[in-house]
Design a protein around this ligand. Sequence first.
Ligand code: 5GP
Length: 217
Amino acid sequence: MAEASKHTGDTLQRRGLMLILSSPSGAGKTTISRMLLDRDPQISLSVSATTRPKRPGEVDGVHYHFVDSATFDRMVDADEFYEWASVFGHCYGTPKSQIRAGLKEGRDFLFDIDWQGTQQLYQKDQQDVVRVFILPPSIEELRRRLTGRGTDPAEVIQARMERARAEISHWDGYDYVVVNDDVEECFGKVAAILHAERMKRARQTGLIGFVRELMRD
Ligand code: 5GP
């Protein structure tokens, strides 16, 4: 990342983007998200609001904004979400305000959301959204990753596999699809996508002035 930011293009003023990473659970999306956030200072996580209970180790305002159902409903009524969805019986939503302001300032946001959220976000703002889907390298490897997490009964693992298959069926609603065989390689590909998308002419709002300067007599 540090290397790439030396290029002139990265120093021009630009509009930020919304990078969506989706995958079935077990495909490594969380690891890739963490690597991006650790290694690239220009991107930060969009923190969703949710009605689901906090898990051990989760911090309010960092992993999610944990709210009760009444608060969530009020936020929906006040149109405070970019998108929201009910996932496995709990509500999740993307608050608008900080994202809109950040995009203008050239900050990028990472979204760890499912296909429903992706569709809604894309419908609201096609220009700023970049959709990346991560796939596991094989069905055997997916099963191994979903089994390896504990000593869960076979039907729980089976249910996870079915959810994963359902999620995979939405692969064609994404701009990019990356197979996560090797985590560093997968990260490299996602980082390359992010870099190329940042360089898109329409996002480089500083180009007009820059080119005008280049063309001066
Ligand atoms: P978890 O409860 O395990 O953190 O997340 C459950 C699911 O909710 C994941 O598939 C995650 O991608 C999805 N999710 C998290 N935040 C949002 C959001 O703001 N909007 C939508 N549509 N889905 C979300």
